[in-house]
Design a protein around this ligand. Structure first.
Ligand code: G1P
Length: 289
């Protein structure tokens, strides 16, 4: 029987050095795109896939990410009294049901694989999604919901993939591919951040995964890879051949909000279709371009 997907792990331990000084006293995941922090986009996307249990893998200086998900009774009361129903709804999306958010500390910055391993008690034996909140995926259907559909069909692991220019493979986990129907591609191998000449393809992993708990076994060895870090990609590679493993060319657009240019593009993309903003945004874009 295929276990239902109910859990998500969100690694949020990174320092956010690319956005200093903005991130000097505030987690980068709290940076807003239009009027929602990055972390909220990831939570909304996971909830749209039916996920209701969340684990934040945090680090020092990241505590107000947890505070963000608290209920805010005074604020809610005031908004209700003032009849601000849409603001109230937005605010409610930022609070969690009792017990559905846990946080674990990543005590040392040893890499993404290590961060996921830190969530092992939360994961237990269950399948789980991983969302890297630096990535926003704008799509009709939630990207994680698209992956969840594949998981339910195959019972195995699935990662969201993008085609990138060859020279960019060294920024990503890269797939060696097997059967490929143009949408779903069988994963035959995985390499973390290869040089373009060594990359087995130009299909790269974005920050969205649905994995089985089996990945915790190779992770528990805490073997270091590229950059001296414990790489999730290396642990996932150990599952190939033992369990189904696929890449999904998801429908949607990914914005790399970990980079300045991706973050700026996301601001435009997420505001230009909003009924309350679109006319003004179009007008000022014309003014500047
Ligand atoms: C991580 C993963 C990499 C993946 C990328 C997606 O790298 O290690 O495999 O392609 O996220 O954003 P990072 O961006 O943390 O260097």
């Amino acid at each position: 029987m295929i276990k239902p997907l109910r859990k998500a792990v969100l690694p949020v331990g990174g320092l956010g050095t690319r956005f200093l000084p903005a991130t000097k006293a505030m987690p980068k995941e709290m940076l807003p795109v239009v009027d929602k922090p990055l972390i909220q986009y990831a939570i909304d996307e996971a909830r749209a896939a039916g996920i209701e249990e969340f684990c934040l893998v945090t680090a020092r200086g990241k505590d107000n990410l947890i505070d963000y998900f608290d209920a805010a009774p005074e604020l809610e009361h005031t908004l209700r009294e003032r009849g601000k129903t849409s603001t109230l709804a937005a605010l409610e999306a930022s609070s969690m049901n009792a017990g559905s958010l846990v946080a674990v500390r990543q005590n040392m910055p040893l890499g993404l694989g290590h961060a996921i391993w830190c969530a092992r008690s939360f994961i237990g034996d269950d399948p789980f999604a991983i969302l890297l909140p630096d990535d926003i995926v704008k799509s009709e259907k939630s990207c994680i919901a698209q992956l969840a559909e594949v998981y339910r069909k195959t019972g195995g692991n699935v990662v969201a993939v993008n085609e990138v220019p060859r020279e960019m493979t060294k920024q990503y986990g890269v797939l060696a591919t097997g059967e490929d129907d143009g949408r779903l591609v069988e994963v035959k191998g995985l390499v973390e951040k290869p040089e373009p000449a060594d990359a087995p393809s130009n299909l790269t992993i974005i920050g969205r995964y649905v994995l089985t708990a089996e990945v915790l076994k190779p992770l528990s060895q805490l073997r270091t890879g590229v950059g001296g870090e414990v790489q999730l990609t290396d642990a996932m590679a150990q599952l190939i051949g033992k369990q189904p493993f696929h890449g999904l060319r998801y429908e949607g657009t990914r914005f790399d909000c970990g980079s300045k240019i991706g973050f700026l593009e996301a601001q435009i993309a997420m505001s230009i279709e909003r009924p309350d903003l679109k006319d003004d945004v179009r007008a000022f874009l014309k003014k500047y371009v």
